[in-house]
Structure formats: structure tokens, C-alpha cells
Design a protein. Sequence first.
Length: 324
Amino acid sequence: MFRPQVPRSILSLTPRRLLALQSSAAEKSAQKTAAHIEYLLKFYNPKLLQSIKITESLVSPKDYVDLKKRGDSARSRLAPDVNADLSKTDPEWDEPIMYPNQGINATPYPRIPQMQALDNLGMQLRFKEKDAIRGPSKRSRFQFFEELHKLTGMDVDYMRLLYMRPIHMKRVSCQTSKGKIPNFFCITVVGDRNGMLGLGQGKSRDGMRTALEKAHWDAIKNLQPIPRYEKRTIVGEMNYKYHAVKLFMKPAPPGYGLRVNHNIFEICQAAGIKDLSGKVYKSRNSMNVIKGFIEALTKQRSLEDLAAGRGKKVVDLRKVYYSA
């Protein structure tokens, strides 16, 4: 009869001795595990360490010892296929598809374009060099509106949506001892097409672009409300004189349009004036026409002020009987 050969040292052990050996082995294993966790805490946060514990618990000790014995030639049974295309998503190994309009086995991002050159071995990415900043005047639109927000307190999104139009641009030459030095001048009008209007001037020797930027800055800083009747025309007739320019403006009925000087037309577009009739007499100098018309708009008296001056009370029947 077959008898299994058992060492005498094991047979001589009592049950109490076996329990003591098992408890000491469990204590050593617990100490080893605690030391291992304490070592990992130096490199990982507790949340990441918890995921490492869960991952290690899924690997059986038998498989781990088997891989250790094989050494460098060991290969895990859970490893992906050698011929797998890693540029595409795999539903077994990768996370769920969370990109919009992405099909199965499709790349989440487009391929990075490579230059077709003789010295390009496919191991190096080439990017276009960033343009150097030439001077302090070259700044992004975001920085431009952020600085204006700090200065005026206006909302950045509101300033971005403002209507801006350069009305008058010219190049002049300054005669100095060094010769004729060119200079650029610009007048810009800015408005929200809803009763807010601003005029700005800009000068620069660096070019018209810098002058336009300065004029845009000045116009936003000078924004002010303009009185309008029914949000479409001026309050009453205007007969205004500015230096050698004489302006005569009349309110117009709905649908009349803007039948005015071309410079006044651009200002009305920015201010939100839709119906206006007017004439410019005597001098028609562009700078004086622009400044004179904006000055006349800002000096208008509202209906409430006119009524208070005459001791009357104005009631708009359209607002009383008809809701807008």
C-alpha cells in the first residue's frame, strides 16, 4: 500500500505549535504589507494608493510567484496582443468612448501632421516658431479689453460686441531738423447701437494700426448715453454751429432712413439712430462735422427736461395704452 512520505518534524508538531506558526506568519505578512504601503505613500496619494490596492488584489499570489520564477522570459496572460494597433481604441482595454460623433475603433484625436522631408525619420515633431513680439504696442485683443476693464469697470464681453468704425484717417508729415517725419492720425467712433456713443482720436508714428488701436481705446473710454426719441431718432430739430460748420438736423418718421452726410451716417449707425434728415452748411471739414454732430447729440435736452422747464407733465400714450 502506498504511503505518503511526511517529514517527522511536521508529524512531531502539536496543534498548538501549528497555530503559533500560522499566527507568526500572518503577523510577518501584515508587517510586510504595512511596510510596503508606507513605502508607496511616499510616491502616491491615498486615493491613488487605494486603486493600486484593488489592482494588486486582483492578481493571485500563485500567478505572481510563477512570473517571478520565469524572470525576464515571463509573459503575463493578461498582456495585449503584440500585433494590436494602439492608435485605435480597444473596448476591452481602453476607457468607454466619451467623445462626440466618435465611432468604434476610431482615434479620439486627429493625426499630428508630419513634414515630408528627406531628413525626417518620423522620430521628431516640428512646430512653427512663435513670432517675436516687436514692441509694447503689439498685444492681444484679450489683453486690450482686460486693461480697459480695469480702467473703466465695463464688462469685457460688452466691450467686445461694440460697433467700431474708423471715420477719418490721414497721414501727415512733421518738418523737423532731421527731415520730414511721417505721422498717422485717426478718428474712430464706437457704440452699442442702443444709445451709447463714444469718439476717440489716435496718433502714432509707428503706423496706422497703432493709431487705430489708440483711437479705439479712447473711444471706449469716452462712451456716454445719447438721448433718442422712440429709440430711433433725435428728440427735436437741431440747428447747431461748430466753428465754421453749421448743422441742421430734423427727426424723421419711422422707415425714413438716414439721409445725412456720410460721416454723420456712420455716427448714427453706432448710436442706434435709424431715422434722420439733415444738412451741413458752410464748411464741410470732416473733423469738424464729426465733432460738431456728436457735441450736438450730447447737448440735446430730453422730453422730461423740456416739460419741466415749461411746467408741464408729459405722458406717453403709447406706453400707457399699448404694451411694447
